[in-house]
Design a binder for this molecule. Sequence first.
Ligand code: NAP
Length: 253
Amino acid sequence: MNRSEADVYKLTALVTGGERGIGSAITQALRKDGITCTVTGRSKVRPTHLDPDVDYKALDFLDPLSVEDFSRYVREDLKPDILINNAGFNSVAPIAEMSSSLLRDIMEVNLIGPYLLTQASLPAMIANEWGRIVNISSIWSVIGNSGNSAYCASKFGIDGFTASLASEVADKGVLVNAVAPGYTATEALKSKYSQRQIEEVSRQIPVGRLGEPEEVAEIVSWLVSPKNGYVSGQNICVDGGVTRTSHPLRRWT
Ligand code: NAP
C-alpha cells in the first residue's frame, strides 16, 4: 500500500490497554482520524463505558493461554495496520525488595507481551507493505530512576526493541516508534498521589504541570498517520521538558 492508498483505505488499529488512561485517549484520537479500533483490557466482560464502534477483547499478559489465544487471533484474523503497545504497569521497589515473580510480571507486561503482539501483527503489515507500530515507553526509558529499576529495565528494553525493529522493517513499509510520557494525569495516577504530591512533582517539571493523556495521544496519532513517512526508530518524550532540561543537579548550578 502506498501513501495515497493508505489515505483512503480504512485503517485498523489495535490499542492494548485502550479502554482507560493514556490508551483510551489514543483510541479517541485514532477514531477521530477515521481509524477502526480494537482495544484490550484484562476484564473478560466488555467495559460498559466503551463506545459501540470500538471492538473490545480481553487480554492478560500474565496469563500465557490468554497471550497465546490473542496472538493467534491478531495474526490470523485481526491483522491490524496499526499496533499501539500501550498496556503496562509500574511497581516501585528498591532492588533488595523486588521479588523475582514481580520482576518477571513487569517484564511480561511491559516488554515480552508487546514483543509477542508485534510478532503477531507484522506478517500482515509486511504483506501490505504498510504498517505503523508505536510502543508507549516512559521517561524512565531515557533516564534512570532510583528505586524503580525493574520498570526502568522494561522500558529501556522497549526503547531498544523499538530501535532495532525499526531498522529491520523500515524497507518493508513499517515504521516503528516509541512515545515516552512523563507524569501524565490519568485517573490511575491522580488516585495514587495526593494533591500536595502532584503540586510537588509539577514544580520539578519545566512546563509546571502534569501532562494530559490527550497530549500523548496527539503525537501517537501523527506518528501512525500516512503523514509520517520518515520518522522511525525514535523514542519521543512528551514530558513537559523533564528529560532534556531537568535534573536534580541543576540545583547546584
Ligand atoms: P493505566 O491507566 O493504569 O492503564 C494501564 C492499562 O494497561 C490498562 O488498560 C490495564 O488493563 C492494562 N494492563 C495492566 N496490566 C495488564 C496485563 N497484565 N495484561 C494486559 N493489560 C494490562 O495506565 P496509563 O497511565 O494509562 O499507562 C499507559 C502506558 O503509559 C503504560 O505503558 C505506562 O507504563 C505508560 N506511562 C504512563 C505514565 C503516566 O504518568 N500515566 C507515564 C509514563 C509511562 P485493565 O484496564 O484491565 O487494568
